[in-house]
Design a protein around this ligand. Structure first.
Ligand code: FEO
Length: 134
């Protein structure tokens, strides 16, 4: 069983965004799988990948916020920024040896992603679909 099990409750019915969310879920599952090995180099690489992919994904959503004039974009973009700041801070601490990856950190990543996708992202899905996004 995976750390995060992908199921219908994640699905927004917007194909490319669902693919991106699934990839983010996979990154966090990979992160969790590495906990048992406790290899800081692997965590650094995984955190880099997660940060890079998350930033791309957020930009993808935010482009549509702008294009469609999404009314709740300001609040949503703030949530994105807080998460990016958090994972960059984790990476910085990891690089300087001030941080050991713990299950609590992976739980934070999981909880943030699950709540964000099933909460904030779900809120825009109907709006995007009405604008013609599939
Ligand atoms: Fe899918 Fe708002 O992140």
């Amino acid at each position: 069983m995976s750390f995060i099990e992908w199921d219908e409750s994640f699905v927004l019915n917007i194909e490319l965004i669902d693919i991106q969310h699934r990839k983010l879920v996979n990154y966090i599952n990979e992160f969790y799988d590495h906990i048992k090995e406790d290899k800081s180099d692997a965590f650094k690489k995984l955190l880099d990948n997660l940060t890079e992919y998350t930033e791309k994904h957020f930009k993808y959503e935010e482009n549509y916020f702008e294009k469609f004039n999404y009314p709740d974009s300001e609040e949503h973009i703030k949530e994105h920024q807080v998460f990016i700041d958090k994972i960059k801070a984790l990476k910085s601490k990891l690089d300087s040896g001030q941080l050991v990856i713990t299950p609590e950190i992976t739980m934070f990543l999981r909880d943030w992603l699950v709540n964000h996708v099933k909460g904030s992202d779900k809120k825009y899905s109907g709006f995007f679909i009405k604008k013609g996004l599939k």
